[in-house]
Design a protein around this ligand. Sequence first.
Ligand code: ATP
Ligand code: MG
Length: 787
Amino acid sequence: EAPTTDRLLRGLNAEQLAAVTLPARPALILAGAGSGKTRVLTTRIAWLLQTGQVSPGGLMAVTFTNKASKEMQARLSAMLPINVRGMWIGTFHGLCNRFLRAHWKLAGLPQGFQILDTADSLSAVKRIIKAMQLDEERFVPKQVSWFIAGAKEDGLRAKDVEIHDGQTQKLAEIYKAYEDQCLREGVVDFAELLLRAYELMRDNEALREHYRHRFQHILVDEFQDTNRLQYAWLKMFAGPHGAVFAVGDDDQSIYGFRGALVGNMADFEREFHVDKVIKLEQNYRSFGNILDAANHLIDRNSKRLGKNLRTDQGPGEPVRIFESTSDFAEAQWFLEEAQQLHRSGTARSEIAVLYRSNAQSRVIESALFNAGIPYRVYGGLRFFERAEVKHALSYLRLIENPNDDTSFLRVVNFPTRGIGARTIELLQDSARQTGRSLFQSVGSVAGKGGSNLAQFTGLIERMQQATRGLTLRDIIEHMLAETGLIDFYRADKEGADRVENLEELMNAAEAFVTQEGFGRDAVALPVDELSPGTLASRNTSRDVPGIQLDAPVTPDAETGEIMSPLAAFLTHASLEAGDNQAQAGQDAIQLMTIHSAKGLEFDSVFITGLEEGLFPHENSLQSNDGLEEERRLMYVAITRARKRLYLSFSQTRLLHGQTRYNVKSRFVEELPEANVRWLTPRNQAFGSGYAREYKSAWERGTGLGSMIGAGRVESSPVPKAMQDSRSATSSSGQQLRQGQSVFHNKFGEGVIVTLEGAGEEARAQVNFGRHGMKWLALSVAKLTPVD
Ligand code: ATP
Ligand code: MG
């Protein structure tokens, strides 16, 4: 083979090489963390291109996050002298968006359709529940939202929903009303992107033939996390014989809670007649202690396809475990360790803090912030989801499409302009009766409210005029001034951060235009525009006549642009993780949930909050499947680390405004002794003399969490010794016992599930039904027995 190809393939091991150079047939690579799956996939793309087997327009690669797709593009550009911009590399959502932009007319969407993020979609559902005058207690908006998204992921439209009682009947009606409303407003939610793209392919034979012919290779990373609809979508694009190259790891399947189906792997193998599943067993990422810990942990799961991982690297450093007294102390400890690592040469961007839920980041963020250390948060409240940024985006959306009711409602009275709830209700009634948008219905409201509304629509219209032809940055600047948004936050004593974020929005817009050549994802380039360079370009879609892209048919009359920069930017804001652009180049510590760390790697990794109820999450404990998914999540977390791994848990944690008393996670217990080192004293298991030991533990200052749990938390989140607790005395001096019904001023009636400790330290776990499970300090909480 050519020497350049040689260079491409150099360094791969035998299995990897075999995988990269497989013939154009369906293939499944099943392998553990850090074994080079993503590298194999990327190298295969480069190899296919370089050997002229396919042109850049002839393949599609699906990644799980935007970050991953950018990384893949960067790696490809480094390997080959090609323009990766026009290539179909992206997330399911990004690719569907692109597909629908190209065929918006066929898909029955308005040209500049906008995307609803999860919060917008929820508020749209709320509006419908209200308009239908349904009880929010019975139709909890969040649950209804999940229902709709779930139905879409099963490929079901409102009319297809199975109805077995009054409740499902109503849910189907809400779903129908939601569908109509979205269509009327010209917006689509995330699940809709996929479903609509799928349906369009299913129902349009010419289009289907075109794309099946065009994409000779479809490559999918993190295949274990595809859901039913995504898999159906893939099959639709691939056709029965398509060369789908899927890589995945059943042990890293962590989206079961959102409908991902590990079973898709088995289905894929069968339906695509994969004759040989390739396994990669060499791990190139982590040192021995880290890898052993991961292997040992995941070995406890029963449902596994089974594979091994080994490393040639030495054992490296042990996995370090730290116990702290509070979440605050945990953050301080982390800060010091991270500083130490940085001083001894680790780049900040190679230090990651991982946590189970977003709420945990706050205390770590504030420690970093106070110490003046740069950090970057991924996921969580993403930049584009912050309130002030959403307000700004809503104004921008209205400039683009005034009939977007969600945006209308968000800012019609923000900053305040004397438009009250009553006026809005009148407006909504009128809009509902005539089937028009709120913007179109403003004339129907009389009085002061009506004239204030008219001023608002006047403002939007003025901005539409004034911003025509301006650059994206200028449009935003104009909007911020004209709407009074920036002044509003400037006048606010606490608004400095928000002003900064709004300025950041302008930077993001500018970066979007210059770096992204805006609309890379938003505008589907005609196939011929993909620059194959010197590479072979056989079998492009020119072979299939009769397919036209919808978008270029109606370019902007003045500028000739396929899509306005503003519309493209708004799409980007909905789809993009929204990482702070200005900080992008800075060497910053990385904060993220474990879910968003998938596929990534760092020199040093801290997994924090390893506490029962938090991780494994309390919602997962009902079923073994739930617990196994949490364990896979822990496996993902551990395997992100190359050199150093730290685990920490805290005896107490302030979460959602409440102090939780914790028992260390069973996952800490499940790690092999040989690979770990405790930074704080490791405590012994304790038995019958519970109260005495408990007391002395406090006197020793090692705290509660340190003594609870050793060896005891395996089958239950609450250690046995604690469940056995007999009785305690309430703050009012009354005797309490397990199983007793009690009354609490705030939470109402509940049942004592657990009692533990004595005297000052006594506390009870009480199930308050609707208010959930609470841990209460009995010296403070007023619990009255109700018998
Ligand atoms: P995950 O399951 O976490 O997504 P993965 O299987 O996709 O992991 P990669 O991210 O592709 O693994 O690879 C892990 C690390 O090992 C990367 O840094 C990669 O560059 C490196 N690597 C992979 N294969 C080789 C190899 N043959 N020689 C040297 N390094 C390799
Ligand atoms: Mg990977």
